[in-house]
Design a protein around this ligand. Structure first.
Ligand SMILES: NC(=O)c1ccc[n+]([C@@H]2O[C@H](COP(=O)([O-])OP(=O)(O)OC[C@H]3O[C@@H](n4cnc5c(N)ncnc54)[C@H](OP(=O)(O)O)[C@@H]3O)[C@@H](O)[C@H]2O)c1
Length: 307
């Protein structure tokens, strides 16, 4: 089958790839759409050349899982490949714990922007526990995960602040009249929960904004710089915790991954969350889109049509 794979210079190229090998709980999907996200850029830059790439999948089930779990053949589905990637291919394997039917009214390109980013946003917010009335800060709020995280936190009843990289970037979040936006210099804590999606200096700054007994949940792999712990942080933030969060952990437990994907699909279908898809491009343009994402030139999510 035709697939995009990683190259030695941190990009992607087309190749003739073998059909995905599947476990008993994985079904085979003919892919129609995917997304270009930061995780894909990291795959391109950090995986060995020749690796599969692509975390989000929308498509049609063409072969069921051997164990009979998951949606039936012929169902239009959306799913998350997890760390195996491979969504930028004609066919992809999805574990039945991370795939759900797509509601009829939800377009392919909107559905494709939900699995990886939505699961990450929910995992980050979950680290904060009870969110009604909580003070929540999301860094990297203009990104794909960040936009979903601020909207989901707002739906959960939190008072939400989105950290943006510059004053000009405030504009990208203007639709959310309930959202406070701030640059790292402007932000005023304390926050009960910080979801960090940037890392480096932003993470260091975020640490100084956490409340006593607050949680800083980091999913960030955006900037390569090392973060440093602000001086007197331990003394000044008693009970505060820095926790590592991923969207891969615990998704199989009690059907959590499926319930979360269903929730994301339902919220997007009814207009309560918007992943801000600003473009849909052919997968022939994937290399250019990855370069644009790396240069911070993409606004909103761009989805890929796979054909
Ligand atoms: N651990 C997991 O399971 C998991 C899952 C999904 C995602 N993630 C991570 O979550 C993060 C967000 O992913 P994404 O797909 O939303 O990425 P994205 O769309 O590229 O968004 C990145 C965000 O970071 C900001 N940013 C980039 N470089 C910055 C810098 N030098 N200083 C300050 N802000 C900067 C961007 O702001 P501008 O608008 O100014 O460029 C944007 O708001 C990534 O680190 C990704 O790897 C982790």
């Amino acid at each position: 089958m035709r697939a995009l794979i990683t190259t030695k210079d941190g990009s992607v190229e087309f190749a003739e790839a073998p059909e995905p090998r599947r476990t008993n709980s994985e079904l085979l999907v003919r892919v129609s759409a995917s997304t270009v996200a930061r995780g894909d850029l990291n795959t391109a830059r950090l995986s060995p050349p020749g690796s599969p790439i692509g975390l989000d999948v929308v498509g049609t089930v063409v072969e069921p899982a051997v164990d009979g779990s998951g949606p039936k053949v012929g169902t239009r589905v959306m799913g998350y490949t997890s760390t195996r990637a491979g969504g930028w291919a004609e066919r992809a394997a999805l574990d039945s714990s991370l795939v759900v039917p797509v509601p009829e009214a939800l377009a392919d390109n909107v559905a494709a922007a939900l699995p990886n980013s939505g699961l990450a946003a929910l995992a980050g917010l979950e680290a904060g526990g009870f969110l009604l009335g909580a003070r929540v800060l999301v860094t990297g709020a203009t990104g794909g995960v960040g936009r979903l995280a601020v909207q989901l936190a707002h739906l959960a009843g939190a008072n939400v602040t989105g950290l943006v990289s510059s004053r000009q970037r405030h504009e990208l979040l203007r639709d959310f009249d309930w959202l406070t936006t701030a640059t790292a210099d402007e932000a005023e804590g304390p926050f009960d929960l910080v979801v960090d999606l940037v890392g480096g200096d932003v993470l260091s700054r975020a640490m100084s904004l956490v409340a006593e007994d607050g949680v800083l949940a980091s999913l960030a792999q955006t900037v390569p710089e090392t973060a440093s712990v602000p001086s007197f942080w331990f003394a000044m933030h008693p009970g505060a915790r820095l926790v590592s969060v991923t969207n891969t952990r615990g998704q199989r437990e009690a059907g959590r991954g499926v319930r979360r994907l269903e929730l994301l699909a339902q919220l997007a279908e009814t207009g309560r969350i918007d992943p801000h898809v600003t473009g849909a491009a052919s997968w022939e343009e994937a290399a250019d889109l990855l370069a644009a994402l790396g240069a911070r030139e993409l606004e909103g999510r761009t989805t890929l049509r796979i054909s």
